[in-house]
Design a binder for this molecule. Sequence first.
Ligand SMILES: [Zn+2]
Length: 89
Amino acid sequence: MKKTTPSAAFSFSKIYCSLFGHNYLLSKNVTHHIKEYTCSHCGEQATTNSRGRLEIMTPKLKEINNALASVHAKKMAKINIDTSFRVVS
Ligand SMILES: [Zn+2]
């Protein structure tokens, strides 16, 4: 089943964004330094890259972010275990 997107309804947002720029809102914390943003007008996604600059989201970047997020989550879980152990003892 293919979902049809009403592109006409989004055209105003696209024009607005091309004139005034995207209004990116934080949508996901990948790591402390890398975050994902979604434009509140047109829904376009962007992410901070390894140099800390905002880049338009691509499938490749999404893949990298997902990998970073899982590594980060494991690291965080380990830190949480370590600190809670320290707090308890
Ligand atoms: Zn936009």
